[in-house]
Each structure stands twice: as structure tokens, then as C-alpha cells.
Ligand binder design. Structure first.
Ligand code: GNR
Ligand code: NI
Length: 167
């Protein structure tokens, strides 16, 4: 199975708002499978289609130690419940940077599975944080958007520098 290329901030394509999925075909299932494989290889605990330049509302997450609890969520809708948690957050599209971000501690999620069947789940802790982070990607949002402009500018400068050294 091929690994997918992950876009890096400040690539403007990461700012695209993803469109709802309406066709639940084998191409969608293959995309989800390739996204999981890419996430595990990175390694990461979540991946949004936006990050692999596919602008559809599809995310994959697995926060388990043994990489054996994958969730594939299509057209996810979040209900933020009580509690706030602050934790260090990273992103495969912002490599090398980890910063404190505040999120809802508990959420409910309504989504569809890869066949289009409705699915609901509740999540807390790291799983809840990860799902919120992935849903932000689908709206073109990155964790750096929550930081002070000082921190964000520092990260932008460093990543632009690294990108220009690669080209
Ligand atoms: O691998 C990841 N780790 C992580 C850690 C704390 C909060 C969120 C995340 S998600 C990130 C993978 C990623 O970039 N998903 O979009
Ligand atoms: Ni991310």
C-alpha cells in the first residue's frame, strides 16, 4: 500500500475547507486505508484528508498504544461537552513543534463510517483532543492558529526556511 504525501505548513492548501463526502465507494475505502497506513508510518495518532491534499471530510485516528484501535470518521460533526484540557499538541503538517493548546475534555461525535452508515461515539482525553485537532484540519485550521502571534511567527519562519532549503 502506498504512503501518501503529507502537506507542510505554511502550504496554502492546508487552508482549504473540505467538502462533505456524498459517494461511499471503494475509492473512499482505499483512501481511508492508505491514510491509516500513512498515519501509522509517520508515526501519528490522527490524520485528516486535508493533510494529504484530498479536500473531503474524512479523518482517521488511533490513540492506542498498540495501534490496534483505528477509527475512520466520515463527515464528522462535533458536540463539545464539559471540561477543558490543555496539553502539548503536535501536527504532522507542522513537523518538530509542540505547543500547549486548550481543548474540550469531552465530546460527542456524529459521523458516518466508510460505507455511509451513521455512527456516533463519545470521546474524552487524548482521543477527544485528537478528533478536535483533525476536525479543525477539515475547516482549514491548524493548531498554530491558537498560539500567540509571536510563537506562530517563529514557527512560520523556521518552516519556511526549512522548505526553502529543500527546494
Ligand atoms: O500525531 C499527532 N499527535 C498529536 C498530539 C497531540 C495533539 C494532536 C495530535 S494529532 C497529530 C497528527 C496530526 O497532525 N493530525 O492531524
Ligand atoms: Ni495535524
Amino acid at each position: 500500500m502506498p504512503l501518501l504525501n503529507i502537506l507542510h505548513h505554511p502550504d496554502p492548501r492546508l487552508r482549504t475547507k473540505a467538502a462533505p463526502v456524498s459517494v461511499f465507494d471503494s475509492a473512499l475505502a482505499t483512501l481511508a486505508k492508505n491514510m491509516l497506513e500513512t498515519m501509522y508510518a509517520a508515526p501519528g495518532i490522527g490524520l485528516a484528508a486535508t493533510q494529504v491534499n484530498v479536500h473531503k471530510r474524512l479523518i482517521v485516528v488511533d490513540v492506542s498504544e498498540d495501534s490496534n484501535a483505528p477509527h475512520i470518521l466520515v463527515n464528522p460533526k462535533l458536540e463539545l461537552l464539559g471540561g477543558r484540557v490543555a496539553g502539548d499538541e503536535g501536527c504532522l503538517s507542522v513537523p518538530g513543534f509542540y505547543e500547549r493548546v486548550e481543548r474540550a475534555e469531552q465530546i460527542n461525535v456524529q459521523a458516518q463510517d466508510v460505507t455511509g452508515a451513521p455512527l456516533t461515539m463519545s470521546a474524552e482525553g487524548l482521543l477527544a483532543v485528537c478528533i478536535q485537532h483533525e476536525c479543525d484540519h477539515l475547516d482549514g485550521k491548524l493548531f498554530v492558529d491558537y498560539l500567540s502571534s509571536l510563537k506562530r511567527n517563529r514557527i512560520n519562519k523556521k518552516l519556511r526556511q526549512l522548505a526553502s532549503e529543500r527546494d
